[in-house]
Design a protein. Structure first.
Length: 57
């Protein structure tokens, strides 16, 4: 993969992850719900956000 393309994609991914984290942080109950799966090794921000969005409890 071209280094410029990789850098561009990494920058876009980091920006999206920051936006997701910011949105979750705005709602206290949402933040608490998202932090629970993040305490599991191997579960990062994106996985926790998907689980929080998809699971009703």
């Amino acid at each position: 993969m071209d280094n410029e393309l990789k850098e561009m994609l990494d920058t876009q991914i980091n920006g999206i992850e920051r936006r997701i984290e910011g949105i979750i942080a705005q709602v206290e109950t949402l933040a608490a719900t998202a932090n629970l799966p993040r305490s599991i090794p191997g579960i990062g921000l994106v996985s926790a956000a998907v689980l929080t969005a998809e699971l009703p409890e």
